[in-house]
Structure formats: C-alpha cells, structure tokens
Ligand binder design. Structure first.
Ligand SMILES: C[S@@+](CC[C@H](N)C(=O)[O-])C[C@H]1O[C@@H](n2cnc3c(N)ncnc32)[C@H](O)[C@@H]1O
Length: 203
C-alpha cells in the first residue's frame, strides 16, 4: 500500500492522470453551477487540483482571474505549471497550507476522503481558506451508499481512503461551522449512485 500522494504521482509518470478530467468532468460542471451565479469573478481554490485541468477550465471558459490550485504531489503540480503559466499552483499537503487571502469558493473533487480524519481538513478550510459568505463545494465518488466504489482501496493500493455515509459527511461540514449544508448526487447511473456533492456556506 502507498500513500495517496505517492499513488497519484505515479499516475502522472504513467499518464493515467489524463483520465481524471474525463471521469470527473460531468459532475464537476454541475458543481460549478451551484456557485457561478452567486459570485462575480470569484476567487477560487481547487483543493487537490491534480494536474490543474479545472483551474485551466475556469481560466479559459469562465474567464475567472483569481485562481489557485493546491496539490500534495510534486509531479501533479509540475505538470500543471508546465501546461499553464498564468495561474497559481502550489505544492503542499492541504492541511499544512493557508492562502495569504481567503477566497469566495473552495472546490474539491475526489480528494477529501484521502485524509484519515476528514473533519480536520474541512475545519481547516472553514477557518483559514474561506471568506465570509464564501462556499465550500466538495465532490466524492467514494462513499458508503455508492457500493460500486467499495473495492477501490484494494484496487488502487492506496493506504488511506475513508468510507463514510453522506450523512456523516454532512455532519463533518456542520460540525466545522458550515451553514446551509446541502447534499446532491450528480451524474447517477444504473448501478452508480453518482458523485456525492456537499456544499456548505460560511456566514
Ligand atoms: C483523484 S485525484 C483528483 C485530482 C483532481 N481534483 C481531479 O479531479 O482531477 C486526488 C488528488 O488529491 C491529491 N492529494 C491526496 N492527498 C492529498 C493531501 N494530503 N494533500 C494534498 N493533496 C492530496 C493527490 O495528489 C491527487 O492529485
């Protein structure tokens, strides 16, 4: 078994990271719809940005200009920087980093269950990353109700992947201080429960 960051760094070397945009694109577009009419040119952090495809999407298609991607994998961040010289990419473990300026929107796709205690990183984001009236939108495919994902830990050889129900994820948000916490299931299929999306606001 390897750490999540080691596994994803290996994915960059084999080119497997390229598939993540395809796999995550549809639910992430629905996640964007949750906030795009609420903020004008929002400042955004992509928490666990991988190779930076979503930051590039925001810059090229939405014309947003205050964009930061953070990821713990040096290889992911090196690739993001090679592909994009306009936006900010930072290599850091999410729980060890704070932005200089808090932002309107934190978005994160397929990352937060790689933490042993996700409530700690959610609270860290609430306290240190998000402005008043800002929002955190988290998407995950690995959760209890989505039975198709239950063997992913064995399949990927990642040592830390925490499986919780959607209700437990909601509690993590509420206990961290987020208000108006909602959950959605985007991009559902026949045996696929969909991407669990949890949003919470900081008032
Ligand atoms: C499944 S990938 C998702 C990447 C991107 N969000 C996407 O949708 O393509 C998970 C990412 O989380 C990053 N990651 C995992 N644990 C992390 C940690 N403790 N700190 C920072 N990044 C982490 C990995 O390096 C990897 O790039």
């Amino acid at each position: 078994m390897k750490t999540p960051i080691k596994v994803f760094s290996d994915w960059v070397r084999s080119g497997k990271d390229e598939g993540m945009k395809n796999n995550h694109f549809k639910p992430v577009m629905k996640m964007i719809e949750l906030f795009e009419n609420k903020y004008e040119n929002p400042s955004i952090i992509d928490a666990g940005c991988g190779n930076g495809w979503l930051i590039r999407h925001f810059y090229e298609n939405k014309k947003y200009t205050n964009l930061t991607g953070v990821d713990g994998s040096n290889d992911m961040i090196a690739k993001a920087k090679t592909l994009d010289h306009e936006n900010n990419y930072i290599c850091s473990e999410l729980d060890l980093w704070k932005p200089d300026n808090k932002v309107d929107v934190v978005i994160s796709m397929e990352v937060i269950y790689y933490f042993k205690n996700p409530e700690i990183i959610i609270k860290h984001i609430f306290n240190n990353w998000i402005k008043k009236n800002g929002v955190f939108i988290m998407g995950i495919d690995f959760y209890l109700e989505n039975e198709k994902c239950h063997d992913w830990k064995e399949k990927t050889g990642v040592d830390t992947m925490e499986l919780f129900s959607s209700e437990v994820w909601i509690n993590f948000f509420e206990e961290s201080g987020f208000k108006n916490v909602n959950k959605y299931f985007f991009n559902q299929g026949k045996e696929w429960k969909g991407t669990l999306v949890v949003e919470g606001f900081k008032f």
